[in-house]
Design a protein around this ligand. Structure first.
Ligand SMILES: C[S@@+](CC[C@H](N)C(=O)[O-])C[C@H]1O[C@@H](n2cnc3c(N)ncnc32)[C@H](O)[C@@H]1O
Length: 250
C-alpha cells in the first residue's frame, strides 16, 4: 500500500473509533469557536459549500441552517460518523445537506463546484497537503473562499516536537504547519489571505511512557514553545495557537 493510503487507513481506524465517543466529540466542541468561524465567513451569498473532514458535521449542520439557499456537502474518511450524520439529516428533514465518504486524497467533485470550502481541525491529517490545496483551489469558483481552522506550528519548532507528540497516538497525524508555510502553500494556488484570527487550544496526552519519555528529552526552551508541562503523569500542551484563516481565490 502506498504511504498516503496507509496514513489515511490509520486515521480512518482511529476516527471510526473515537468519533463514536461523546468524551472526544465534547473535547473538540467549542461553541465560542464555532461562532467565531461562522462570523469569519459571514456576508457571502453561498450556493454550494464543502466541509472537508466534517466529523460530526460540526460546521456542516449550522452552515446548512444559516445558508438555506446553499447545498452543503460534508465529506470524511470515517464511515461510521457519516452514517450517523445521514441519520440525523433524515430525522431533521434537512434537504440541503449531504454527507459522503471519500478516500481522503482525491476530492470527488467537478472543477468550480463550490463558492466556499471549510475545514476545521482536519488539515494536519491530509497526507498530501500540497495536492489538497491544489484540488481545493480547483474546486472553487473564481472569487470563492476557503476557511481553514487548524493548529499552527511554532516558528521556532524546527525539529517538530509537537508532531512527535501527536504521532504517538497513531491517528494519521501528518504535520502542523507554520503560518508562513500555510500562506505560501495557499498563495501558490491562487488563494490569498483575506482575514485571520488566532485562537488557541490546550490538550492532554493520555498517560503513557512514550509521552513521558519524549517529554523527558525536551529542553526547557522547547517546552516553552507550547507551554508543555507534566502533571500527575499526564503531559499537557497548554497553549497551541490555532489559525482561523479565510483565503480568497483571485
Ligand atoms: C479532529 S476531527 C474534526 C472534525 C470536525 N471538523 C470538527 O471540527 O468537529 C478530524 C476529522 O478529520 C477527518 N480526517 C482525517 N483524515 C482525513 C483526510 N485525509 N481527509 C479528510 N478528512 C480527514 C477525521 O476522520 C475527523 O473527522
Amino acid at each position: 500500500m502506498n504511504w498516503e493510503l496507509e496514513q489515511v487507513r490509520q486515521a480512518r481506524k482511529s476516527f471510526d473509533r473515537i468519533l463514536q465517543h461523546k468524551v472526544y466529540t465534547e473535547v473538540i466542541r467549542d461553541d465560542g469557536h464555532l461562532a467565531l468561524l461562522l462570523e469569519l465567513i459571514q456576508g457571502g451569498c453561498y450556493k454550494s459549500i464543502l466541509d472537508i473532514g466534517t466529523g460530526t458535521g460540526y460546521l456542516a449542520f449550522p452552515l446548512a441552517e444559516i445558508y438555506p439557499e446553499a447545498l452543503v456537502f460534508g465529506i470524511d474518511i470515517a464511515g461510521g460518523i457519516i452514517d450517523k450524520n445521514r441519520e440525523r439529516v433524515r430525522k431533521e428533514g434537512k434537504t440541503n445537506l449531504v454527507f459522503q465518504t471519500f478516500n481522503g486524497i482525491e476530492y470527488p467533485f467537478e472543477e468550480g463546484s463550490f463558492d466556499l470550502v471549510v475545514s476545521r481541525y482536519a488539515f494536519h491529517h491530509f497526507p498530501n497537503p500540497e495536492s489538497a490545496v491544489r484540488q481545493i483551489s480547483r474546486l472553487l469558483c473564481l472569487g470563492g473562499k476557503v476557511m481553514l481552522s487548524d493548529p499552527v506550528r511554532a516558528k521556532k519548532d524546527q525539529g517538530g516536537i509537537i508532531d512527535a507528540f501527536m504521532k504517538i497516538k497513531k491517528d494519521g497525524h501528518i504535520r502542523f504547519y507554520t503560518e508562513e508555510e500555510l500562506e505560501r502553500m495557499f498563495a501558490q494556488n491562487g488563494l490569498h489571505k483575506e482575514k485571520q484570527i488566532f485562537t488557541h487550544m490546550a490538550f492532554p496526552f493520555a498517560q503513557g511512557s512514550a509521552y513521558s519519555e519524549l517529554y523527558g528529552q525536551l529542553m526547557d526552551k522547547d517546552r516553552l514553545l507550547y507551554d508543555i508541562v507534566e502533571e500527575n503523569g499526564v503531559i499537557w500542551v497548554r497553549h497551541i495557537a490555532v489559525g482561523n484563516t479565510v483565503f480568497k481565490k483571485i
